[in-house]
Every structure is written in structure tokens, then in C-alpha cells.
Design a protein around this ligand. Structure first.
Ligand code: ADP
Ligand code: MG
Length: 700
């Protein structure tokens, strides 16, 4: 057992945090008891600290297995800025670089060593000569061929427990599914491991789904509202990533495409630019993301529907790792569903894939709290609606849509279930095009019976009818729309149909705009961000590794102006305070002083305006709820600043005479105090000051 105070002290000293996140402390304690541990925690949940903190306190060196070079580098950067001795060993390094690391290990200078499973063999001499304190296997789902990122080299890792039966082993992943979890434990030979399963709820992520109409325009508006915020746009195809990136660039947005088809070098550079905040938006296939622990991704957009909820949740999980409110937006279209069904049908495991796609679609079509549906998928039940998804904040309003439903269903009946959605809508709206004329649909009774409803609105109503089970899409027959048995009740038995009012994304956006104050480029946050960028460029470390957005936000709110105040900010540990405290404190102080100065200028200006209106000092004081003395000093400042002010009205003749006499008697002293004492404190400093100003002006 280890004393809880030591753990919290280490957490603050090295990572700058005051409190553990859920399960972190429990997991760390379990390591100290010598247990093996399997940790299931969502992306951004805070898995790294679970092994990094014990590594600091335990004797010897902790070995961390991590699948990607980028990921290792990132974590080592993070540890180093916090003053924790860590390094990584992989095939990208030269022999000299590797020798240096080995030397450090021999000298007992490293607490953590990151490496890829492929490089395990390099470690034999370390294994033979060093005390291994802990073995951590990050992204442990890579070991399971059932998981979504299977890496053959991970399967060798079962060896570690056999080689080091007494060294605690910890495996960590964000993959929730039970079969994969058990597979991980058995392959790693830790079947008796303690399992720690965290809640998958990420409350700071706002969930939103919109119909995929005019996506580019919606995205441009979305980004325009968030001028400095980093975000990722996931697309289904490489081509789409390029198209979207190009359109955004045309709208002056700093966006770049990323997919497996672009050169390795360019990919690395794009990733680096994004991590370093020099590229704002990445339009990517799902190849992008693993290996990126950037904590200030502020939003994630899915341009296309993802193929399952696991993938979707992992992708949106990349937003808001720092815990600050972050946005997610999913565009939903039937075109995507059709495409994904085709993919699923050509995959190995058709039924499972299709079932997963169905769940994804149900989520996108949901008319009740989306978070409930998501968490439910991961086997977690919440009793309250979340209040942070589009359905909760803007619940659908239902109306009697029976007539609309009857029109749509009878149009489907009239074309004998032989047409896809688009043609059915064309019939309803009386469109004039080839298909219509070739098939003679202009003769149908339903032709043009619902011109009053816009094309895109029809699409949404028909989607609702599909979701309610009145229509279905025959994916095997070119996506023809078919009536179901339920449809007959609507057409022939007066069955009523409720439809949800359509939300107009644009209208909603306008309203939000009114509510939301524009972000100021000159806010303290932006200035602190600039300092952070400067330091990160100089040190060649990602900006978010210097301080997270959450930490900068707290600095903005608390305005620490001394070391004691600075170290109280969450995310500031001892080493970061020593290295960066000065630069940030300095900026906070100068920002605050500028603000004060500006406020002062503003306040004298207001007094002047009232003076010009002819108010007396007392009246101005009353109006402004300030002391008369303060107003006096404003007036005096204005007078010295050259404003046209007649000081004579603020002093009576008798006082002015007394001051003149005193000036002669006291032989014109340089300060005011002799006058004050001369009048035995009966005349105020302000009156003396004004009197002297008048007398001196007369003289000159
Ligand atoms: P995961 O590996 O589970 O995706 P990370 O370990 O990368 O998550 O942690 C995500 C973010 O949360 C990081 O920025 C990390 O510094 C931060 N974090 C971790 N633990 C805490 C804590 N106790 N308090 C505040 N922030 C934390
Ligand atoms: Mg991680």
C-alpha cells in the first residue's frame, strides 16, 4: 500500500493536477499491490497517468509498449516537459542515438522507456541487467484480431508475463467490447488481471446530427464561428477528403487533406502541423487519428456516416481530451447508408457488419437523447437525458403528418415500388425530367400533389417514414422504395402518423450566433496561446504539451501573478512552473495593467462628458457613484492633459487668496504637504492642487 497523500502530491508535482480522474487512483493502487491490470477507459479518459505515475515512484524502469512512433514521441515529449526522465527506442533512430539511450538506462537515469512491439528484441540486455518496475501495454486492443487495429507484432507480447511473472503488467485500451477484452487478457497471459472499466460517458462532448444537405456550406459556417479552433473532418473516401479540403481552402480556411494515399513525408508533416497548431483543420479518412493525443482538438465532424458506433465513438473521442466543452457534428444521408451497406456486403463478416451499421443508423435517426443510445450501446445505462445533445437541447416537435404520409405512400404505390427516393420525390413535386417522361409518371394521380414541400424537406419526411417502418429501402434492388405492411393501415385504415418538425440548421445557427459573443483576438487567452506557441516552437514540442487549453483557460480566469498563485493552476507542475511560469506571469501582468490603464482612460473620459454637460463635481460624483475626491482628480488629470477646463469654478476666491499668501510665506515649496500642514489639514489636497495650478498658470 502507498499513502494516498504521496499519490496526490506526485500528481500535482509532476503533472500539475489536483485530483485524480475516475478510476486512476484505484488502478495505481492496484499496481502498487503488485496486481496485473486491464484498463478499459474511453479515449481522453486519462489512461497514461495510470502507468506514468507509478513509474516515477517505483524502483527501476517501466517499459511501455506503444504501437506508433508518433504516439511514443508525443508521450515522451509530454513527460519531458514535466521533468520526468523518459525516452523511446525504435527503428527510426540511428545506432548512436540508441547507444545514448542504453547508456542512460545503465546509469539508472530513465524512469520510462517506450518501445514498439517489433523492437522488443532490442531490450534483452536491459531485461538482463535492470530492475523492471512495471510493464505497460498501451492500445492493447491491437493484440486482438477481433479489435479494429490488429497488429501482428502485438501477439508476441504474451512472452512478457512469462519472462517477468512478478512484475506487474498493465494493459490499456479504449475498446469496450467484452470478447476483445477477454482475448486481450488471455493472450497477454493475465487472465487473473484486475479489470477496471470506466464510464464511457464523455460529458464535455456535444453530440449533434444534421441532414447532409449543403454540407460544405454548413461546415464553412461552423468553422467561421470557431476561428482559432482545431478540428478534424472525417470523410469516407480519399477523394472526398481532397474535395472538402480544397473547398475549405477556397473559403480561406487553413485546411489540409490526409489519407493513406499521400506520401509518407507529407503525411508526417501534415500531422505535425496539426499537432503544432499551424494547420487548423484536417480532412481525413479514418487513417488519421490513432497516434494523435493532441488535447485541444475542439471539434470533430463526420462528413459521412461512420460504419459502426465503435469507430464513431473513438473518432469523436479525439475532441476535447482536455475536458473542455467540444463539438461533434455528424452528417447523415441515405446515400452513405447505401454505400456502407455495399461495403458491408463485400466484407468478411456480413451479418455482423450490417447489424452494426443498423445501430449506427438508429443513432443518427434518433428522436430521443443521443447519449443514452450511445452509452447503451456500450452497456451503460443512464437514467437522465444528457442535456448536451441536439435532441435534448432542441427536442423534436411532432405534428399530425397523416396527409403527408398518405401522399408519400401513395406515390410509392403508384410507381409500383420500382423507384428510389429521388424519383418518388420528383413525382410528388411534379418534376419535369427524362425519367418522369420516359416512364409516363406525369400521368399518375399523385404527380405534383405536393409541390408545396421542398425537395430536401421531402427527403427528411420520407426518412422519418422509413424509420417509423412505413417504408423500406430495397438495397438489393437499386435502393427502390417499398411499402411495408404497416403502410396499408395509413393508406386504407385511417391510421394516424406523427411526424417531427424539421429543424432548419441554418436558422438554428443564426440564433446561436445571436447568443454567442464573438471571440476576441485580443483576449488574454489568445495572448497566452501566442506565448505557448512561441515556447513550443522554440522547444520543438507540440503546443498542447506546454500547457493544455484547459490550463490556459484557468489562467485566464484566475490571472495568477506570482509563483504561489501560478502553481495553483491545474496542469502546472513544479518543472513547468520553473520553466514557463515567468513568461506567462509576465504576460498576465502586462495584460492586466493595460486593461487597468484603459479603464482609467475610460473613466476620466466619462467624467469629462458630464463636465461638458455642465454638471457640478458633486453631481458628477453622484451620477457616477464615485467619491467627489475621485472626480476632482479626474478633472485635474484632464486639465493637465490640455482639455479646456476652467479650474476657477472649483475653488472659491477666499481659498485661492489663502493659497497665494501661503505660497509666498512658505517660499514656494515643491510638494503639497507643507501647504496641507500650513492650513492645519483644513484644506483638501485637491483644493490646494487646483489653487496652485491656477496661480502658476497666471505666472507663466
Ligand atoms: P487516454 O490515453 O485515455 O486517451 P490521456 O492519458 O492521453 O488519455 O489523457 C487525456 C488528457 O487528460 C491529457 O491531456 C491528460 O493530461 C489529461 N488528464 C489525465 N489525468 C488528468 C487528471 N487527473 N486531471 C486533469 N487532467 C488529466
Ligand atoms: Mg492513450
Amino acid at each position: 500500500m502507498i499513502a494516498p497523500t504521496i499519490l496526490t502530491k506526485t500528481l500535482k508535482e509532476y503533472f500539475g493536477y489536483d485530483k485524480f480522474r475516475p478510476l486512476q487512483e484505484e488502478i495505481i493502487n492496484s499496481i502498487f499491490k503488485g496486481n496485473d491490470n486491464l484498463v478499459i477507459m474511453p479515449t481522453g479518459g486519462g489512461k497514461s497517468i495510470c502507468f506514468q505515475l507509478p513509474a516515477i515512484l517505483l524502483d527501476g524502469i517501466t517499459i511501455v509498449i506503444s504501437p506508433l512512433i508518433a504516439l511514443m514521441k508525443d508521450q515522451v515529449d509530454g513527460l519531458t516537459t514535466n521533468g520526468i526522465a523518459a525516452a523511446f527506442l525504435n527503428s527510426s533512430q540511428t545506432e548512436t542515438e540508441q547507444q545514448e539511450i542504453f547508456k542512460k538506462i545503465e546509469n539508472g537515469e530513465l524512469k520510462l522507456l517506450y518501445t514498439a512491439p517489433e523492437s522488443l528484441s532490442y531490450l534483452e540486455n536491459i531485461f538482463n541487467s535492470q530492475t523492471i518496475s512495471l510493464i505497460a501495454i498501451d492500445e492493447a486492443h491491437c493484440i486482438s484480431s477481433w479489435g479494429h487495429d490488429f497488429r501482428p507484432a502485438y501477439t508476441n507480447l504474451g512472452y512478457l508475463k512469462k519472462r517477468f511473472p512478478k512484475v506487474p503488467l498493465i494493459a490499456l485500451t479504449a475498446t469496450a467490447d467484452k470478447a476483445t477484452r477477454e482475448d486481450i487478457a488471455s493472450q497477454l497471459n493475465i487472465s487473473h488481471a484486475k479489470q477496471h472499466i470506466a464510464s464511457f460517458d464523455r460529458k464535455n462532448l456535444k453530440l449533434e446530427v444534421r441532414p447532409a444537405n449543403d454540407r460544405i456550406k454548413q461546415i464553412i459556417n461552423f468553422i467561421d464561428d470557431r476561428p482559432n479552433e482545431s478540428g478534424i473532418i472525417y470523410c469516407l473516401s480519399r477523394k472526398a477528403t481532397e474535395k472538402v479540403a480544397e473547398k475549405l481552402q477556397n473559403a480561406n480556411i487553413n485546411a489540409v487533406a490526409y489519407h493513406a494515399g499521400i506520401g509518407h513525408e507529407f503525411r508526417a508533416k501534415t500531422q505535425e502541423d496539426f499537432i503544432n497548431d499551424t494547420c487548423q483543420v484536417i480532412c481525413a479518412t479514418i487513417a488519421f487519428g490513432m497516434g494523435i493525443d493532441k488535447s485541444n482538438v475542439r471539434w470533430v465532424i463526420h462528413y459521412n456516416l461512420p460504419k459502426n458506433i465503435e469507430g464513431y465513438y473513438q473518432e469523436i473521442g479525439r475532441a476535447g481530451r482536455d475536458g473542455l466543452p467540444s463539438n461533434t457534428l455528424l452528417f447523415h444521408s441515405y446515400g452513405d447508408v447505401i454505400q456502407l451497406k455495399k461495403f458491408a456486403q463485400s466484407s468478411g463478416n456480413v451479418e455482423v457488419q450490417l447489424a452494426k451499421l443498423d445501430r449506427m443508423k438508429e443513432y443518427a435517426d434518433a428522436l430521443s437523447c443521443r447519449r443514452k443510445i450511445l452509452l447503451n450501446y456500450f452497456g451503460e445505462l443512464i437514467s437522465e437525458d444528457c442535456g448536451n445533445c441536439d435532441v435534448c437541447t432542441n427536442p423534436p416537435q411532432f405534428f399530425d403528418g397523416t396527409v403527408i404520409a398518405q401522399k408519400a405512400l401513395s406515390a410509392v404505390a403508384r410507381v409500383n415500388g420500382q423507384e428510389p427516393i429521388g424519383t418518388v420525390i420528383d413525382v410528388l413535386r411534379g418534376a419535369q425530367n427524362n425519367t418522369i417522361y420516359e416512364k409516363g409518371y406525369q400521368e399518375l394521380k399523385t404527380y405534383g400533389i405536393a409541390k408545396d414541400i421542398a425537395w430536401l424537406d421531402w427527403k427528411q419526411y420520407i426518412t422519418q417514414l422509413i424509420n417509423q417502418g412505413y417504408l423500406e429501402i430495397a438495397f438489393h434492388e437499386n435502393n427502390k422504395l417499398k411499402l411495408t405492411d404497416f403502410a396499408k393501415d395509413v393508406l386504407f385504415n385511417q391510421q394516424k402518423v406523427d411526424l417531427a418538425n424539421l429543424v432548419e440548421a441554418e436558422k438554428e445557427k443564426e440564433e446561436q450566433k445571436k447568443k454567442k459573443p464573438k471571440v476576441s483576438k485580443n483576449s488574454l487567452f489568445e495572448r497566452l496561446r501566442a506565448i505557448r506557441l512561441e515556447i513550443s516552437t522554440e522547444e520543438d514540442v507540440p503546443a498542447y504539451q506546454i500547457f493544455s487549453d484547459a490550463t490556459l483557460r484557468e489562467m485566464e480566469a484566475e490571472r495568477p501573478m506570482s509563483d504561489e498563485e501560478f502553481i495553483r493552476i491545474s496542469g502546472v507542475g513544479r518543472v513547468k512552473m520553473m520553466n514557463y511560469g515567468h513568461a506567462f506571469i509576465k504576460e498576465i501582468i502586462s495584460f492586466t495593467n493595460e486593461k487597468k490603464k484603459k479603464r482609467k482612460v475610460d473613466t476620466t473620459k466619462k467624467t469629462f462628458e458630464l463636465y461638458q454637460l455642465g454638471l457640478s463635481l458633486e453631481e458628477i460624483a453622484e451620477e457616477r457613484k464615485l467619491a467627489v475626491g475621485t472626480i476632482f482628480s479626474h478633472i485635474f488629470k484632464l486639465y493637465n492633459g490640455g482639455e479646456n477646463i476652467d479650474l476657477n469654478q472649483f475653488i472659491d476666491k477666499h481659498d485661492l487668496d489663502s493659497i497665494r499668501k501661503a505660497q509666498e510665506e512658505l517660499a514656494n515649496p515643491e510638494t503639497l504637504k507643507p501647504y496641507f500642514e500650513h492650513f492645519q489639514e483644513a484644506m483638501s489636497y485637491n483644493t490646494i492642487r487646483i489653487g496652485l495650478a491656477i496661480l502658476n498658470e497666471k505666472k507663466s
